[in-house]
Design a protein around this ligand. Structure first.
Ligand code: FES
Length: 149
């Protein structure tokens, strides 16, 4: 598959209170972002264990975006700070399994940031498009490429 044809599959874990609401706002305002993103609503990014990110890549995601409340604004006090540490931990692990750190990103948004979230999603799609397909998803693991379709 050439890079030109490649449409990355991005999994976005969005916390219910801010990021999911801002994605909703982007939709309500008709702000467009690429359809490459599958949004999963989570109560708080602090609930996301490191295994979730690794499993997402194992299941065929080309990139994973974690979007939580602004720092200081988490509805569970420090959930987004826990998530930040976990994301950094997994980012450091990724090169050891043949993946670039840039495939995993955490951002903080408020519920009113529909436009900025759409821009972040566009940037993530372009970043991962340049990186190419998830190498864990080639060859014998090809069934995984359909998991997120
Ligand atoms: Fe949004 Fe915790 S409730 S990150």
């Amino acid at each position: 598959m050439s890079t030109k044809e490649f449409e990355p599959k991005i999994l976005a874990f969005c916390c219910h209170y801010c990021a999911y609401s801002s994605a909703d706002l982007a939709g309500a305002l008709r702000i467009q972002y690429p359809p490459n993103v599958r949004i999963i609503r989570t109560p708080c990014t602090g609930r996301l264990e490191t295994e979730y990110y690794l499993k997402a890549f194992e299941e065929g995601a080309d990139g994973v975006l974690v979007a939580g409340c602004l720092e200081g604004g988490c509805h569970f006090i420090e959930g987004n700070l826990w998530a930040k540490r976990r994301v950094e931990y997994v980012r450091d692990l990724l090169p050891e399994i043949g993946l670039e750190k840039e495939r995993l990103r955490m951002v903080n948004v408020s519920a009113a940031m529909g436009g900025p979230l759409a821009e972040i999603i566009c940037d993530m799609v372009e970043t991962v498009r340049k990186l190419g397909p998830n190498p864990l998803n080639s060859g014998t693991n090809s069934k995984n490429s359909e998991t997120l379709s």
